[in-house]
Design a binder for this molecule. Structure first.
Ligand code: UDP
Length: 366
């Protein structure tokens, strides 16, 4: 019965409404996973904070105050909830309607949904969307993995390894609707940088590199930390950079496609790096620090360059060597590894595996 359509309940991130950009890459992940599963014939509902919009996805909007992002707190920060928490409200709704679904899929990087796993009648699976950041969160992730093998997934092995020597987890990666990303053979003179403007993204190194080379850099992304942005600008007042705001995918891919290369300069272990595959899909080579998710995406010397972390000189050398990369090879990699179909197949296989341990599956007709 592996091909029967499933009834799925997604529970979104609680740090921002879908479409706001506050959720970072997980917003695009959820959207693409929803699209791929709907395409394969499954039905799906998504519980998300009020104000969420995703074209073609059935959303149950839930009011309440947003969670503070884990990456803006330190390792020992106790787990917390604001008054009238949207996270609490979303999981309360999930509990009430769980009987209508085969499986519940959690996208929040937070302690509560992991803790709730054994208290639900329906199976709850999780996407851990960032590396290890908080001690209490690490503990609940590894405990849930031990108690419910195969229920906690990661984007990449590099990310999973930040939680210690974990094993037996699915790596579902990511997939894109490639029809939305146009291949651009003839780029302009600029380089690109895409991401939330926040310290863990290391924007200052990309700016330092273009400052030295005098190559223009265009920056797109959610302005998450304005004081950080001011600091970086003041450190390199004459750098040829332009902040071009946060764009919807359609616009972003148009602009990003025209760049000569994408710079990725994460200070943290980037769990995946959606922007890397979005760039590849447009034929844009990726220059990234050899750290976290991008090391499992970029083919060094073929679809970009991986350079020693935190070394601006390395970025400069890689920028100079960009013409050696064939932009067609970049698009080709996205097509073979990151299509929606490929991701949909990985998800289906995972869900069926989880459900095979549930004899009490709901009847398909109900
Ligand atoms: N993004 C966007 N518009 C922009 C800049 C970024 O939609 O102008 C999206 C981008 O497509 C990607 C996400 O923001 O999906 C950033 O995700 P990534 O995995 O690179 O990093 P995260 O923010 O999750 O750390």
């Amino acid at each position: 019965m592996n091909d029967r359509p499933l009834k799925l309940l997604f529970v979104s991130t609680s740090v921002g409404a879908l479409g706001s950009g506050l959720g970072g890459g997980v917003e695009l992940t959820l959207y693409n996973m929803a699209k791929s599963l709907i395409k394969q014939g499954h039905t799906l509902q998504t519980i998300a904070p009020e104000g969420s919009v995703l074209k073609g996805v059935d959303i149950v909007e839930i009011p309440g105050n947003l969670q503070i992002t884990a990456q803006s707190q330190d390792r020992q920060t106790p787990i917390g909830l604001p008054e009238n928490s949207v996270l609490e409200n979303m999981w309360d709704r999930a509990r009430q309607i769980q009987g209508d679904f085969d499986l519940i899929y959690n996208f929040a990087y937070d302690w509560l949904p992991l803790y709730l796993t054994p208290f639900f009648d329906r199976p709850v699976v999780h996407l851990v969307s960032m590396g290890s950041l908080n001690a209490a969160m690490d503990r609940i992730v590894t405990q849930t993995m031990a108690r419910f093998p195969g229920r906690v997934s990661f984007y990449t092995h590099a990310q999973a390894a930040t939680f210690g020597s974990v094993e037996n987890y699915p790596c579902v990666g990511q997939g894109l609707d490639l029809s939305l990303y146009q291949f651009c053979a003839e780029p302009g003179p600029e380089l690109g940088w895409v991401g939330r403007i926040a310290p863990e993204k290391g924007l200052e190194d990309a700016i330092a590199a273009v400052d030295k080379l005098g190559v223009p850099l265009k920056i797109w992304g959610k302005m998450q930390d304005e004081s950080y942005w001011e600091e970086v600008r003041q450190a390199y007042p004459d750098a040829p950079v332009e902040y071009a705001g946060f764009l919807p995918t359609e616009k972003l891919q148009q602009e990003l496609g025209r760049t000569r290369g994408l710079l990725m300069t994460p200070r943290w272990v980037e769990a995946f790096g959606n922007v890397a595959i979005e760039a590849l899909a447009c034929g844009v080579p990726v220059i990234s620090y050899r750290r976290g998710g991008p090391t499992e995406i970029v083919r060094d010397g073929k679809t970009g360059w991986l350079v020693e972390p935190d070394r601006v000189e390395g970025l400069i050398e890689a920028i100079v060597r960009l013409p050696q990369i064939d932009r067609r090879a970049c698009r080709q990699q996205a097509e073979t590894e990151y299509s929606l179909f490929a991701m949909g197949e990985r998800l289906e296989a995972w869900f069926h595996q989880v459900l095979s341990h549930y004899p009490d599956r709901i009847d398909p007709g109900t």
